[in-house]
Design a protein around this ligand. Sequence first.
Ligand code: IPE
Ligand code: IPE
Ligand code: MG
Length: 240
Amino acid sequence: MNSNNPERIPRHVAIIMDGNGRWAEQRGMERAYGHVQGVESVRRVVKAATRWGIEYLTIYAFSTENWGRPTEEVSALMELLCENSMGEAPALQKAGVRMRFIGNIAGLSERVQKALRRSEAMTAGDTKLTLQIAVNYSSRWEITEMVRHLADEVKAGTLSSAEITPEVISNHLTTAGIPDPDLLIRTSGEHRLSNFLLWQLSYSELYFTDIFWPDFDEQAFDLAVKDFQNRQRRYGLLTK
Ligand code: IPE
Ligand code: IPE
Ligand code: MG
């Protein structure tokens, strides 16, 4: 809980990668081009996170609300996801990065599901960094699923309502077994959570930058981590 501590490394960083479309539009390009460039930022940030010794990186790639975008943009995003998860898997595996997809994966096309499952399998093994990619994810979807599961368990008699604790709830979310994010980064100047990890971000430090996601580089990531190192986390307590 010390401030100004360069030794303090966040264990888990979560990122709302935003601003791809505006980045492309500013250049008179199709929005999809911004998404293509956004993949490069993911690559850079994974490298930076590995260098810092961060254990978990969770990135918001596609929300349940994003289905409402034009079909061509949704298809372009799904295509990029398949291509890059499969394409990057060997290099990630070599670098000790494990891919893990969270969200309503069953709601994706068979082809996409297969690509994501294969990428997970290809990167399973020795892990320095777990890269969680939220696809067809929203926090309200996740919380609704969790409540359904718990209700089923109570109905089946394997759980009593008195046994439902914050830990039990955490263990029924898609992020079960993974510590809550220490730091949340959102790019593009928007100051909102957009249905991302609402339960898990309860005590995370929030960092907002105006940089559009395709321009976010290792240096920008380092700045965010250094800013985190100067935060004082009180968790409702008093400082000495
Ligand atoms: C973030 O960039 C990527 C996704 C939501 C998939 P946007 O596509 O939201 O870009 P802006 O916010 O419209 O600029
Ligand atoms: C959040 O960005 C979702 C992802 C980054 C995948 P959006 O661009 O979809 O969110 P809003 O519309 O600004 O809230
Ligand atoms: Mg956006």
